[in-house]
Design a protein around this ligand. Structure first.
Ligand SMILES: [Zn+2]
Ligand SMILES: [Zn+2]
Length: 262
């Protein structure tokens, strides 16, 4: 079994084909899907999807792109919204200095509020970090000093230093179809090097279709393409990568029920 730990099923790209997408994922061995929140105020849309499909769960949070729009979201609000049985994580929150659509101070405020919610509840935080390695590392160190929390650096494209810093702080690192792109050798080297108990896979669909489907709409069933490359670079079987990344997922996303042992 594989897990797509990060996608966006509420995006319009999927609207006309949601049941087909979930069915194809299940047929491809993707046993759990987490659809990730980008705006707290859109949570009802995510919940409608998560409630419709037994194997789909969701998060709640504000993407750094929307940090100004949802500046002032409090930790208490996040914690309260996460009481819903289908809400299993916070985020995605963090820092995006590549697009910088949200102002940096608002991104940081949002990031820290989400970390506090993760700390308070024990639920994981899904962290988005792009072109912000130094500041992300600084905030993680600072916040971890205030009390432990659980998190994953999703769609990892940062440098080795931030990855190793995150590993030292107990975080997971998750990879998308970017791992399959020709130009991504440095990322593959990193994926080969990380400890086996810290790696996860995801699609971040509808974006980032893996090499084989480049230019098309991505979807959760394609997570296997990232897992295949991960297996190749680590010199293990696809079965082993599926087992390991799925085990890691259930350890981090403790609120998602694991299937009974097969
Ligand atoms: Zn992201
Ligand atoms: Zn995302």
């Amino acid at each position: 079994m594989l897990v797509d730990s990060h996608c966006h099923l509420d995006f319009p790209d999927f609207a006309d084909d949601l049941a087909g997408i979930v069915a194809r994922a299940e047929a491809s061995g993707v046993g759990r899907i987490v659809t990730i929140s980008t705006r707290v105020r859109k949570l009802p849309d995510l919940l409608a999807i998560a409630e419709r499909f037994p194997n789909v769960y969701c998060s709640v949070g504000t993407h750094p792109h929307h940090a100004d729009e949802e500046d002032g979201i409090t930790t208490d609000e996040l914690v309260k919204l996460a009481q819903h049985p289908k809400v299993v994580a916070f985020g995605e929150a963090g820092l995006d200095y590549f697009y910088e659509m949200g102002s940096r101070p608002a991104q940081e405020r949002g990031f820290r509020a989400h970390i506090a919610a993760a700390r308070q509840t024990g639920l994981p935080l899904v962290i988005h970090t792009r072109e912000a390695d130094a500041d992300c590392g600084k905030i993680l160190e600072d916040e971890m000093g205030k009390g432990a929390f659980r998190a994953v650096l999703h769609c990892y494209t940062g440098g080795r230093d931030l990855a190793m810093q995150a590993i030292d702080l107990g975080l997971m690192i998750s990879f998308t179809g970017i791992l399959t792109f020709k130009k991504s050798q440095a990322l593959r080297d990193l994926a080969a090097e990380l400890p086996a108990d810290r790696i996860m896979v995801e699609t971040d669909s509808p974006y980032l279709a893996p090499g084989k489907y480049r230019g098309k709409r991505n979807e959760p069933s394609y997570v296997v393409e990232t897992a295949k490359v991960m297996a190749e670079v680590r010199g293990v079987s696809l079965d082993e990568i599926a087992r390991q990344t799925t085990e890691n997922f259930f350890r981090l996303f403790g609120k998602v029920p694991a299937p009974a042992a097969a």
